[in-house]
Design a protein around this ligand. Sequence first.
Ligand code: SF4
Length: 498
Amino acid sequence: MSYEIKTGKEQADPILWTGDYYNEGTGSGDIFDTLKEECGVFGVFGHPEASSMSYYGLHALQHRGEESAGICVADGRDFNYHRGMGLVKEVFDKDKIASLIGDMSIGHVRYSTSGDSRLTNAQPLVFKYRDGDLAIATNGNIVNEPLIRKQLEQNGSIFQTTSDTEVLAHLIARSQKDFVEATKDALRQLVGGFAFLLMTNDKLLVATDSHGLRPLVMGRVGEAYVFASESCALEVIGAKIIRDIEPGEVLVLDKDGLLEDRFTEPKRKALCAMEYIYFARPDSDMNGSNLHSARKRMGSRMAIEAFVDADLVTGVPDSSISAAIGYAEQTGIPYELGLIKNKYTGRTFIQPSQELREQGVKMKLSAVRSVVEGQRVVMIDDSIVRGTTSRRIVNLLREAGAAEVHVRITSPPFKNPCFYGIDTPDRRELIASYQTIEEMCLEINADSLAFLSPDGLITSIGGHNSGDYKGGLCLSCFDNDYPTQVDFGGEEKDGCGC
Ligand code: SF4
């Protein structure tokens, strides 16, 4: 074994309830039937306030992961780091940030499946290896990770986490080459969708997979370089946005400045379409498209593809509000706040009793009776996963007196699992994989149901202008056409590998 994992000063792992409403239970603990965000990463090179910048950057990326947060800084000699379970503001306070001294840092916010929700998997993972210290923060999933892990274990490696990140560390540590070449060799062995930030005592290395499945953007603050999963996290620290990291690129930052290199040739570009539909913040830009504007165009296109006469349009907060505005503008039907999200649910130690759960504790979402009562409502949402959440929201509107509820989904039917970092249920649980649109409409108790076409989605995002295949987007969860190999003889992994 050529390195050891460092555990550091860490806080206890509290049991938290995520505030899901209508907890009918699926046996999983978290029953809010939506797709789960992956993770968020943030990096700084060459700024004395690296830890403060990371704090604000991670705070802006909080929607990408609420399970744990961590920051590791390097001062040229040593690492200083802190990780904990919970939100960024729960894990860090003023003193902790002040104690993280150094001008280079990487940070991480993590979502995980409940089984993996433990501190040992919180990132950045920090290792001590042959050439010094190594910290890694990841967003995404390595599909062939189980196969590589098995091979490494057969050769004597011992793993302390279930994270993909540790596999990368093992591959680097076993190489006889220098850090940069070892990392490039290791990255070439990985199949999947990933954005990595790696830090040694004197280098920051940034890389994305050969299809650019997971987003990563570079900016500058004065002479310093900053990196983030979304541009909103760079805006918040006053950075100038430079560009998106290209598929297969590896950037190396050290005392000699920035080296723009690649570990492999770029393949078919396939940025996750769900970033545009649902995950990313509306004030972020990706590939030159602002997310709010793209979602408005999705709503507008939806109105052209599946118009229905109604009295008002409402969007399921927060991700569908932009699309609802687009639908309303296109049709002239007024946009109204028919659904309100309680912004302050978050996590709570007070879990509802079974009795309260059965009564349907509405922690997260409410319908506004005075708005929807007696009205024909067009309800815009971004996706239908199992169908349970859609039915609950339609029923919320009906209980509040809506005369009709017409559901319009600003993505094609979600039929296939994601292998690139999004935690999706098993294919058999995805309602669109086994029901027709008419059956789904009945299941969710809507008066009508329609989905945006793949072409409408690509056009709304602006993909056709790029000239890339499928607009440079991954649409695999809709069309089952995965950009990478996903079958490794039963040794593959889907979901989130962070
Ligand atoms: S399969 Fe779907 S969720 Fe996964 S990367 Fe592709 S578009 Fe995104």
